[in-house]
Design a binder for this molecule. Structure first.
Ligand code: PLP
Length: 751
């Protein structure tokens, strides 16, 4: 496989992320390629090749005018919308220096693409304008607050609004905004970001008083790196790029002629009434309805994050009420359906600032899924997309992600044994015995729907819902969980941590759970030990006493380093080298640590347990350590050591395929079962199903303890991108598995 030519997966992808970018249409790619090879001239050259290039350039400019209804004003070709935005802002602010305004403000819509406020703030500071940069609030539909504009527009040097929002598709009432602006301030510079409007809304810019309108090619089937900017006649202008004087000196640099040729073809398609590439609003509306039904039928409990009445039809933004956006996106991705969480440009942000501005709930904002298609989508594309989405329903049911409405639900994925659930750095644990009795330890409020579904679909009896110490929000999570699962929870009086009053242990098939007081992180801290019939500890649920490669914090209220030392010594008596440590936090993503590895990774713990330091020495060191870490630490509940880098053995797809032909080599898919169920990795690697195991990170501790893995075998670990499996590979190596390989680049780079 060449380095840059990535092949599509065997199951062709369904691309529903058009607001992030679009593929170049084949007919556009053809003209781009033709321009690179045949009509490749420099428009500034005086010879015939140059003249032909210049003709193409000017013809494209004319077509742009027609498409956006700009019979006058300037059209400049740029590298994309971000450059257009810079040009508009810099032109405005340089001009504003000549006409000082008292208490100047720069206004922008609160839901604007980050390119806008960040550009305003940057040049406001660089050019020493010192204006106040103010976000115009929006209502719950995402519509700009016109009263706010009216209040501030007289002091404004510039106002930036957008035609169509990239996360929600919500469009603004531009005539109403214009009325408010121009009735109060005839000269203020007004930029309208039209990136997401092109091809989806009719535009007539010369009929408006909009000063600047940036556009971007890659959002509408043209290549990346080409865009254009409309500038109204007589609006302020300063070249943002100076040089050889191209574009009449307004934007220097040899023009991106292949990109411009791409726009040319795009404009021809948009203007040709007989061409059916771009669909009418009615057709796009019907596509949206079909996708909406597919989503609702598949996931059931959906909240749409915007009102379709105020949105262009090509964007659907929603949250699945009980599933995180990560779960939904991972599932979609595994099934070859590409969608985005909120805005692709701000991936990594935990909430969507657009939905926050609209007053959406935290859940909606954190778990927003954006599904967007381009206006050239065909009915067949939509049929494929809907079919692929609907096929997910069986996987969701089989994985307890939705409660089955069938009387005989499939239960391929079984929660027997130990499962770790994570929310941010915190962990909850579920242990289910062979006779389907379960304990849930340290439940986290966000995970309640998952526990509820698992318990209901797997018909579990909940023996106890336990906490390892009282954290405020955990108490309410326990109460909520106990009430939603009331009919499944074993009745009886329990103490403040959920332990049945007077019980010596909780029996779980052949095993028994015992409670041990382990103060230190807090006064009320306890640990729960799951012991087999021979009294050996299999799992130690120790809350924040011991964290993977670290110890709990003792400097919080109720913390006591001496008590912690004693607790560690008490508990160490009950552990053996292969007991699995199940902590309340996992800041470093070590899904599974056994007691032997825990000691080797935590020097202070090791020194205490081995007797090389006394309890008093431990106390001094621990207090110093906690005090030194207290400043600026987000890991409040405990401090962990950096894990030593384990050099994982990396394999590419072809080498992995060859290795898998050997008898003792197995493939471990570390993705969650619902992702594993969505595509067939055995088929991809051309191996028997028996050669693949699905062990997600959440079930790795269980697999290690239950002997699902054999230290004499070789394992190749894979996930979507190679990141999750790399962590798993390095953890398995720490646990003493020698031949563990990671599939570099994961499924994304497998052909
Ligand atoms: N404005 C909006 C509304 C966008 O959606 C984007 C791209 O995501 C941009 C501006 C930036 O466009 P470009 O990628 O062409 O710089």
């Amino acid at each position: 496989m060449s380095d840059f030519l990535l092949h599509d997966e065997p199951v062709k992808q369904v691309y529903l992320d058009a607001n992030a970018t679009t593929p170049v249409l084949p007919c556009i790619a053809d003209v781009v390629s033709h321009t690179m090879q045949i009509c490749f001239g420099n428009p500034s050259s005086p010879h015939i090749t140059g003249i032909q290039a210049k003709h193409l350039l000017e013809q494209t400019r004319q077509k742009a005018r027609t498409v956006i209804g700009a019979s006058n004003g300037d059209i400049l070709f740029t590298s994309g919308a971000t450059e257009g935005i810079q040009t508009a802002v810099v032109s405005t602010l340089i001009n504003a220096k000549k006409y000082p305004v008292k208490n100047p403000v720069l206004l922008y819509g609160a839901t604007e693409h980050k390119a806008v406020p960040n550009t305003l703030k940057h040049w406001n500071s660089v050019l020493d304008i010192n204006a106040e940069v103010l976000a115009i609030p929006v209502d719950s539909n995402g519509i700009l607050d016109l009263d706010f504009i009216a209040e501030h527009i007289n002091n404004a040097l510039m106002i930036c609004t957008m035609a169509v929002n990239n996360e929600t598709g919500v469009y603004q009432d531009l005539p109403a905004i214009e009325q408010v602006i121009r009735s109060r301030n005839k000269n203020v510079s007004w930029m309208v970001d039209c990136v997401q409007a092109l091809g989806k809304q009719a535009l007539a810019l010369s009929d408006t008083t909009i000063d600047y309108a940036p556009f971007s090619g890659h959002k509408l089937y043209a290549p990346k790196g080409i865009g254009f900017l409309y500038i109204r006649s007589d609006s302020a202008y300063t070249p943002f790029i100076a040089g050889g004087g191209q574009e009449s000196g307004m934007r220097s640099g040899t023009e991106n002629l292949p990109g411009i040729a791409g726009l040319n073809k795009l404009f021809s398609l948009l203007l040709d009434k007989s061409d059916s590439t771009f669909k009418s609003v009615d057709v796009l509306n019907s596509y949206r309805s079909q996708l909406q039904s597919a989503i609702v039928d598949t996931f059931g409990n959906i909240t749409f994050n915007h009102d379709f009445a105020y949105s262009v039809p090509t964007t659907l933004n929603f949250a699945v009420n009980d599933l995180t956006s990560k779960e939904v996106i991972d599932l979609f991705d595994a099934a070859g359906i590409r969608v985005s969480g909120g805005s692709a440009c701000s991936t990594g942000a935990s909430t969507s600032f657009v939905l926050d501005a609209m007053g959406a709930s935290k859940w909606q904002s954190e778990n927003a899924i954006r599904l967007s298609f381009g206006p050239a989508a065909t009915q067949q594309d939509i049929d494929n997309a809907c079919g692929r989405i609907r096929a997910l329903r069986t996987i969701l049911q089989a994985n307890c992600l939705i409660v089955s409405d069938s009387t005989t639900p499939q239960q391929e994925v079984c929660a027997l044994g130990l499962t770790q659930f994570r929310h941010q750095g915190a962990c909850s644990w579920l242990y289910v015995s062979d006779d389907k009795h379960a304990v849930i330890i340290d439940p986290i409020i966000e995970l309640i729907p998952r526990f509820e579904k698992i318990a209901n679909t797997q018909d579990l009896t909940i023996s106890a819902v336990l906490n390892t110490h009282l954290h405020q929000e955990r108490e309410s999570a326990t109460n909520l969980l106990t009430s939603v699962l009331a009919s499944r929870v074993v009745k009886g009086e329990v103490d403040s941590l959920g332990w049945p009053v007077g019980a010596a242990n909780i029996s779980l098939a052949n095993d028994a759970l015992e409670k041990v007081a382990t103060p230190g992180h807090s006064k009320d801290s306890v640990s729960y030990l799951l012991k087999n019939s021979s009294g050996e500890t299999r799992y130690c649920f120790c809350g924040d006493l011991i964290l993977p490669a670290g110890l709990g914090n003792t400097s919080l209220m109720g913390g006591d380093a001496k008590a912690m030392a004693r607790s560690i010594l008490v508990i160490s008596e009950q552990l053996n080298n292969i007991s699995i440590i199940c902590s309340g936090h996992d800041y470093q993503q070590c899904f599974a640590m056994n007691w032997a590895v825990q000691q080797s990774q935590t020097p202070l713990l090791n020194a205490l347990v081995s007797g090389s330091i006394s309890v008093d020495e431990f106390v001094i060191e621990k207090q110093q350590y906690d005090a030194s870490k207290q400043v600026n630490n987000t890991q409040l509940c405990g401090y962990v050591n950096a894990l030593p880098e384990v050099d994982t053995l990396q394999l590419n797809f072809d080498d992995a395929k060859i290795m898998l032909n050997t008898s003792d080599v197995y493939l471990i898919d570390t993705r969650e079962p619902y992702e594993h169920g969505a595509n067939n990795v055995a088929q991809l690697f051309n191996i028997l199903d028996e050669k693949t195991l699905n062990i997600p990170l959440s079930r790795m501790a269980n697999a290690v303890f239950e002997g699902q893995l054999n230290k004499n075998n070789k394992y190749i670990l894979l996930c979507r991108s190679g990141n999750r499996s790399k962590i798993a590979a390095s953890n398995l190596m720490q646990l003493g598995y020698k031949a563990v390989y990671n599939l570099n680049g994961g499924l994304a780079l497998s052909n």
